[in-house]
Design a binder for this molecule. Structure first.
Ligand code: DX5
Ligand code: ZN
Length: 214
C-alpha cells in the first residue's frame, strides 16, 4: 500500500493544527513540509519554528522537502525542530555525498530529489546511499501545478533498479498528484504520493486520501 503525504503548503495556515489533525484522521501517515528559500526557487515558505510548533500536536512522519541552496547549513535546524526525513535537491549542491553524510549525522532519513528536467543518471550512484528518491513531477516552487507526464519513465527506471539491486529506497512523487495521476505513478512503482491541492483544496480529506491509496 502506498503512503500518502499531504503537503501543508496547500493547507489553511490560519488553522494549521486542525488541518494536520484532519489529514491524520483521514489516514495519511506522513506530512510533507515544503521548505523554500527564495533563491533555489522563487517562493519563500516554512522554516524550523513552524516545524517545531506542529511537532507538538502530531506523531506523523515529518517529510521535509528542502528546496533551498546550501541544504547542509540548515539540515540540523530542521532535525532539531522535529523532522523525521530530510530531502535535498541534487541541483542545489556540488557534493551530494557530503550533504547525505551531514543529514545522516542528524539522525534523519535522507532523501534526494530531482527536478523534471534533471536526468535520472544524476542520482544513479546515490541509490545505495539514500533512503528515498523524490521525483518532482512539476517544477518546484508552487503548489497547484499540472503533473508533467514525462517523468513517469524515471519512476519506472527507479523501480526496476531498486528491485534489481534490492536497494532499501522509497520512491516518492511530488507535484500535480490527484486521483488519476496518482494511479499512473502508483502503477509506475511509486511508494509515497505527495498531494497538496488535491487533499487540502477539496471538501472531503478522507475521500481524497483514500482515492490516492487505492
Ligand atoms: C512544489 C512542492 C509540492 C507542492 C505539491 O514545489 O514541492 O510539494 O506543494 O502541491 P500540489 O499537490 O498541489 O501540486
Ligand atoms: Zn514538495
Amino acid at each position: 500500500m502506498v503512503i500518502v503525504a499531504p503537503s501543508i503548503l496547500s493547507a489553511d495556515f490560519s488553522k494549521l493544527g486542525e488541518e494536520i489533525k484532519a489529514v491524520e484522521k483521514a489516514g495519511a501517515k506522513w506530512l510533507h513540509i515544503d521548505v523554500m528559500d527564495g533563491h533555489f526557487v522563487p517562493n519563500i515558505t516554512i522554516g524550523p519554528p513552524v516545524v517545531k510548533s506542529i511537532r507538538k500536536i502530531t506523531e506523523l512522519f515529518f517529510d521535509v522537502h528542502l528546496m533551498i541552496e546550501n541544504p547542509t547549513k540548515y539540515a540540523k535546524n530542521f532535525a532539531d525542530a522535529g523532522a523525521d526525513g530530510i530531502t535535498f535537491h541534487i541541483e542545489s549542491c556540488k557534493n551530494p555525498l557530503t550533504v547525505i553524510e551531514e543529514i545522516k549525522k542528524t539522525g534523519c532519513k535522507v532523501g534526494v530529489s530531482l527536478n523534471p528536467s534533471t536526468p535520472i543518471e544524476r542520482i544513479k550512484n546515490l541509490l545505495s546511499e539514500v533512503d528515498l528518491v523524490l521525483v518532482m513531477s512539476v517544477n518546484p516552487g508552487f503548489s497547484g501545478q499540472k503533473f508533467i507526464p514525462d517523468v513517469v519513465p524515471k519512476i519506472e527506471w527507479l523501480r526496476q533498479q531498486i528491485d534489481e539491486h534490492e536497494y532499501n529506497v522509497l520512491i516518492e512523487v511530488d507535484g500535480g498528484i490527484n486521483r488519476e495521476t496518482g494511479r499512473v505513478v502508483r502503477q509506475a512503482g511509486a511508494d509515497v504520493l505527495v498531494a497538496g491541492s488535491f487533499v487540502f483544496k477539496g471538501k472531503d480529506y478522507n475521500q481524497a486520501v483514500n482515492d490516492l491509496i487505492r
